[in-house]
Design a binder for this molecule. Sequence first.
Ligand code: DC
Length: 245
Amino acid sequence: MSAFSHDSHDKYKKISPVSIAIDGPSGAGKSSLAKNLAKKLGFLYLDTGALYRTVGLYVFEAGIGGYETEKIEACIDSKNIKIDVFYKNGEQKVFLNDRDVSEKIRENNISKYASDVSKIPKVREFLLKTQKEAAEKNNIIMDGRDIGTVILPNASVKIFLTSSSDERARRRYEELTGKGKDVDYNAILKEINERDLQDSSRDAAPLKPAQDAFILDNSDCISPVDTLNKALNIIKERLPDVCIR
Ligand code: DC
């Protein structure tokens, strides 16, 4: 029987929060899907990549290299990094040592730092509590790389959203050129392939689908709305009583 056995989200929340895990490689559209689902279901959305990006930003600003594992571990041990997540009008805001870095962590050079620091078990351990706590208190949708495998192994629904690296690079290229940026498709494809390799071949919580995840491949160019509808069908199948707005 599904956890949804009453008719309002508040009631479900008091019984046992429902969690939905969305994992997958960079650029597959996880955050758009998770945001859209959160609106449709009235759930909280936690973008866990933002947490790794925030550690990456700290490391970058401290002048530490992404591969200087001991120095990065020392920053965590000395409690120099304080990360807070707040919601403003439903939008996730991330604060690093009381500074709003929600925009800054999206800068391109921070992506590589985020991927570098995410290989370090101590960094993952450091960010675990925030993620677990969020899911203990709220009906939640989380996206990342290890949500269904490590963070929420008992998630009510797990979706692994993926598409080919060519397709992800093409979308990223269109997004950036659409914003007037002068970018090279092959450079974007190379960066995506490198990040995929690094995220999926690391020892600590590598990117891989959970055994019980639904694989949703949107390489065939289906629009975000089609992806959303496919995900909603998966969720309705698993949680037949779910309330969709
Ligand atoms: O989803 P994103 O591109 O914002 O994530 C940035 C990096 O953080 C990504 O390269 C892998 C890492 N990450 C992770 O290891 N585990 C997560 N749950 C989320 C992100």
